[in-house]
Design a protein around this ligand. Structure first.
Ligand SMILES: [Zn+2]
Length: 309
């Protein structure tokens, strides 16, 4: 340390103290971020607070528990496969998600990781069914119904939903069907969130299958604009900015001579999505079996009046 340094220190003692304090705060923030469990817990708690105002405490806690079980299915499979991923983060009105710190090596790994959620999630729903059978508690019958619905919804074969990530190991063309299904579901039920999910699916198709032209994006923007106008969902109109922005970006890149993927990209994609026919058939069977079981279970609990609380 030089003389000027020590002089500075004595003159600006308060600044040094502040610096130490800021340093401490930063260290605490960093430790919090490292203790990922805490972030998961905090996001869970905030979501619980918000959902409980709509559903009541019991149902909100049950709903979050079912989300948690589903996400832990992904976490467990990822751990087994040695793919580092985060613990789940809860986002009110969106659900919960985990993110990969390293992307899976191939579509097969991605599909196994995606299957983990609905498989463990269905056990959560079955556990609710068991508690209902033993106790007769209507809350748990509702929990089972919500659990089956939640996991069925996630099976819609559209990336980034689980169904889409399973479909990645079957055929990426299935994404189009999932996307159209999601869009129709949104238009039918007047759900802006589903339309935004469909937009996300189109972004995935754009980056992982084939470039989406600006005409398509402009069409999506027009459909969303008309839908939100007729629903008088004024706030949702802001969401139209997303496909408009996507249309602008696609238009800009088309003026730069198209957005054809590079040869390297095409080759690495071919390796990533190369799944042997026998495994494709196995994933198809797993997908159809699981989705069929969810539909059957949902039909059954609905006939018991599970959704009317
Ligand atoms: Zn999932």
């Amino acid at each position: 340390m030089t003389a000027t340094d020590s002089a500075k220190k004595s003159h600006f003692g308060w600044a040094a103290t502040l610096g130490v304090l800021l340093g401490k705060a930063k260290a605490v923030a960093l430790t919090l971020l490292k203790m990922k469990g805490l972030v998961t817990l905090a996001s869970m708690f905030v979501t619980l607070l918000i959902y409980s105002s709509v559903l009541g405490w019991g149902a909100a806690a049950l709903f979050i528990a079912l989300l948690f079980v589903h996400e832990m299915g992904h976490v467990l499979v990822n751990q087994r496969q040695g793919i580092p991923a985060t613990l789940p983060l809860f986002i009110p009105f969106v659900g919960a998600l985990i993110s990969f710190k390293k992307f899976p090596r191939n579509a097969e790994q991605e599909a196994w990781s995606a299957l983990g959620g609905p498989v463990l999630g269905s056990l959560g729903a079955l556990a609710c069914l068991g508690i209902w059978a033993l106790s007769g508690s209507k809350l748990f019958l509702w929990g089972a119904a919500i659990g089956f619905w939640l996991n069925l919804f996630n099976m819609i074969p559209m990336s980034p939903l689980d169904g889409g990530r399973i479909a990645a190991a079957i055929s990426r063309q299935v994404w189009y069907a999932g996307l159209i299904g999601m869009a129709l579901l949104g238009l039918w039920h007047h759900e802006a969130f589903f339309l935004i999910l469909a937009c996300l699916g189109l972004t995935e198709i754009n980056s992982r299958l084939r470039p989406v032209s600006w005409h398509v994006w402009a069409g999506v923007a027009a459909i969303m604009f008309v839908a939100f106008l007729t629903w008088q969902a004024w706030l949702d109109l802001l969401l139209v900015l997303l496909p408009v922005l996507a249309a602008y970006l696609a238009w800009k890149s088309s003026r730069k001579g198209g957005q054809a993927p590079s040869e390297v990209q095409v080759r690495s994609d071919a390796v990533y999505f190369a799944v042997p026919p026998a495994k494709r058939a196995m994933f198809s069977a797993l997908y159809l079996g699981l989705a069929g079981a969810f539909i059957g279970a949902l039909w059954w609990v609905n006939s018991l009046g599970a959704f009317t609380r």
